[in-house]
Ligand binder design. Structure first.
Ligand code: ZN
Length: 284
């Protein structure tokens, strides 16, 4: 099943049409996408009315709009570590992105006009569907309701300054586009081998597969759940493959007028235009 955020309301998507979840269930299920994540099984068999509207991806919000937390794995693909000149972390290396950073699959990425080292990172994003406390790796996927595509947009100057500051560097408003849909795990032919691609202005920048994750989805969830309980709706950005901008020679960064496209087959395509926003500097 595919869940969309249509004007803030949960929509079940079939082919290119959707039915409003609250209306389609006669009010049994809520309109809030967050309230539907734990009740996806109740959508089985929901029929699509003949006059069901078409999905307009330009109007979609983030399919999971209000998670209690967003965790992300750093250094989780060898080709990304190689391009950075880093070695693999001996344990999962996590940081947080803050929920204010979320935006929809076609929303603009707003880059403060004085920030010049803003970078892309296409990632598979896992959506928790069942509370996870101290779960085993074998049981980890049972706590996942679905996946979506995400961009872990990163201000490298902020991230790597003296006193490295990853959380803020990756949590500016709009620095976490996700979507276009939350796709349930049963739709994935190979949940541990999901391809993902990123294009900048039509040029391929990244192409990878979660088959190459150093710490798999199961390991990330199990490891984390022994430290932090994961709640339904929490998001896990699983890491990015090689091809990011700051590791290129010459370096490449995002700027106003550029179009960032992110693709996970079966989940969909995000197209986020970059625009200039108010400067971030205290002096500005
Ligand atoms: Zn990342």
């Amino acid at each position: 099943m595919k869940l969309a955020n249509v004007d803030g309301r949960a929509g079940l998507v079939i082919d290119d049409r959707f039915v409003d979840v609250e209306q389609g269930t006669g009010g049994r299920l809520p309109s809030n996408p967050m309230g539907v994540l734990t009740r996806m099984a109740e959508l089985e068999g929901l029929t699509m009315p003949d006059d069901a509207p078409r999905v307009d991806e330009l109007t979609l919000g983030p399919p999971v709009p209000r998670p209690s937390k967003i965790l992300a794995a750093g250094g989780n693909y060898q080709d990304h570590l190689d391009e950075e000149g880093s070695t693999a972390p001996g344990e999962p290396n996590l940081f947080a992105k803050l929920p204010n950073a979320l935006c929809g699959p076609t929303d603009e990425i707003r880059i403060p006009s004085d920030r010049k080292e803003v970078d892309w990172e296409v990632e598979l994003v896992v959506v928790i569907g069942k509370r996870a406390t101290a779960v085993s790796e074998a049981d980890a996927w049972d706590h996942v309701v679905g996946v979506t595509c995400g961009q872990d947009i990163s201000d490298r100057a902020e991230q790597f300054r003296d006193f490295e500051q990853w959380t803020v560097a990756k949590s500016f408003d709009t620095y976490a586009p996700i979507g276009p849909y939350m796709v349930t795990t049963d739709e994935l032919a190979t949940p541990d081998s999901v391809p993902l691609v990123c294009y900048l202005d039509g040029e391929e920048m990244q192409s990878g597969s979660t088959a190459n994750l150093i710490y798999s989805v199961s390991t990330l969830i199990s490891w984390t759940s022994h430290r932090c309980t994961l709640e339904p709706g929490d998001l896990f950005f699983t890491g990015t493959p090689g091809g990011v901008g700051f590791a290129r020679d010459p370096q490449r960064f995002l700027g106003p007028g550029m179009l960032l496209k992110s693709v996970i087959p079966g989940v969909g395509t995000m197209e986020n235009a970059c625009v200039a926003a108010e400067p971030a500097s205290r002096a500005a």
